[in-house]
Design a binder for this molecule. Structure first.
Ligand SMILES: [Zn+2]
Length: 264
């Protein structure tokens, strides 16, 4: 059993001394001991479903193609672009962010299972693909919104996942009032959705164990949220290095689905 530690240093030393097998045992002990586990996830959770992330070598950032060559990648997903060159944003959005047919992967299903078993309070995700809900998770805080929802910028009528992708108009038009229908994703230059972000903060502050997966914590939002965590155990699962490894009990540089599946 994981003992009570006299100091942070003693705790770090203990966890660093563990072999891979011992880490798997420790992961299960932490999960068993914790009553409020929260998962904070980034793009790496969805890359195993075939959704490209933004900045990695094969990410959207480096693959915008000739059609969008003259635009900065951030501009193509910015509020500036939405209001100044909406036809460009919608063209880019339709070509690159249609995740309607994408299927959840092992990580999504395992997290849904953990919630059903009462082992997980909720998920905070930076992803806009809706894959956690497709896998069956219920408490999902989408802090960057969802590409599967849309609404009118004027009358706020809500439209589903298909509306923007199937609209024949270059700029999708609200049937109720004739104004633009936009995706419910947080664009560059916009503030995060109040409700999801507030719920995310509460989840993190009440958590005694935080599992961070698939994010390098380089971008502000996830890092800011992670710093709100003051619970007992921090676990990081990411293929590359992440910023908060010094504070983590357990660090796995591996596939998220594979490591989550170690949980019994
Ligand atoms: Zn409208």
């Amino acid at each position: 059993m994981i003992k009570e530690f006299l100091s942070q240093r003693e705790k770090e030393k203990y966890f660093r001394s563990l072999s891979e097998e011992q880490k798997a045992v420790a992961l299960n002990e932490i999960v068993d001991q914790s009553e409020h586990i929260v998962f904070l996830g980034g793009a790496g959770v969805s890359t195993e479903s075939g959704i490209p992330d933004f900045r990695s070598k094969n990410g959207l950032y480096h693959k915008k193609g000739r059609r969008f060559a003259r635009y900065q990648p951030e501009y193509l997903l910015s509020s500036d672009c939405l209001y100044r060159k909406p036809e460009v944003l919608f063209d880019y959005f339709r070509r690159n962010l249609d995740c309607r047919a994408v299927k959840p992967n092992t990580a999504h299903y395992k997290l849904a299972w953990m919630e059903q078993k009462g082992k997980l309070d909720g998920i905070i995700t930076q992803n806009i693909d809706g894959l956690h809900q497709k896998a069956g998770s219920r408490n999902v805080q989408e802090i960057h919104g969802s590409a599967l929802r849309s609404h009118c910028v004027s009358c706020w009528t809500e439209y589903g996942a298909d509306f923007i992708f199937e609209s024949k108009d270059p700029i999708p038009v609200c049937p109720a009032c004739g104004k633009m229908v936009r995706p419910e994703v947080t664009l560059y230059g916009e503030v995060l959705p109040d409700e999801a972000y507030g719920n995310a903060i509460h989840l993190i502050q009440d958590a005694d164990c935080l599992i961070i997966g698939g994010t390098s914590l380089e971008v502000g939002t996830a890092a800011g949220l992670a710093h709100q965590f003051h619970g007992k155990h921090l676990i990081i699962i990411n293929k590359g290095k992440t910023k908060m490894e010094g504070k983590a009990d357990l660090v796995f540089h591996d596939s998220i689905g594979k490591i989550l599946n170690l949980i019994e």
